[in-house]
Design a protein around this ligand. Sequence first.
Ligand SMILES: [Zn+2]
Length: 330
Amino acid sequence: MKEWYEKIDAVERVSDLEAIRIGIFGKKGVLAAEFAKMKEAPNEQKAAIAKALNSHKSDLSVRIREKKELLQLHELEAAMQAEALDVTLYSTTSQSGSLHPVMETMDRIVEYFSAMNFAVHTGPMIEDDFHNFEALNLPKYHPARDMQDTFYFHDEMLLRTHTSPVQIRTMLNSKPPIRMIAPGAVFRRDYDLTHTPMFHQVEGLLVDEAGRVSFANLKFILEDFLHHMFGDVAVRFRPSFFPFTEPSAEVDISCIFCEGSGCRVCSKTGWLEVLGCGIVDANVFDAVGYKDVSGYAFGLGVERFAMLIHRIGDLRSLFEGDIRLLEQFR
Ligand SMILES: [Zn+2]
């Protein structure tokens, strides 16, 4: 029987091992033959022979099982190695990707304010009524809520309509002074040439001791920022209304397409609206428990900036996932 143990040890393939198993345990196998021979042995030896054969039977069976597991493992490893792909291999047909124009514009905006020492904060996209409206001086039934068509969930949660709730969360969690921007996706029920249900905002907030923040500070940084983004443009501030700032202003730049002489993009006015801003309303500070502070806030739509910078006519084309759009920005 010894040679069968050696055969099992020497075998290198699962299929060869199966042949050996049949050679041992098959109907015409060695064990069947040995048991048959036993019948011719003297009666007093039969018990000992049977015991020895049964012992071989169980030992060989264990050895075959263990060897089979080992061989299967080796074969699996070999197969995996043979199929491995070298993902670093250079291909002549490979194309480099590019940043989406919206993300690239967002990066530029964030870079500017980071350089001006504004911290970057983010928050949840699913918000509650308090952070998205109430704390921003927009109590229930306030008519200004109609300015923002909101996506609601059944449990009174909603998709944030602006990144302002991030500012509320930051103020609730830290003490002034604050110097921050909140970039991110926001959601409103809107869909046309210049509106998509999801778009991106960057909102900024600066809070310091009462009397230390003025509209002049706000004007300075926004003018500098707009020159950084659009180059040598004229900037003007127009009085406006936002629930969370008082006084409020909308900010225009001279039209970058017609240089102020009037064209289709600027509706013949020579100006393009790009920002909203103002001095933070006292009610907002009350909602977060801030006392004796002053601050300014501003907000902008990243897609609007990207469309102006890259002269994209239809906002919706930015989100259709057409690779040909991206290829233009490589
Ligand atoms: Zn124009």
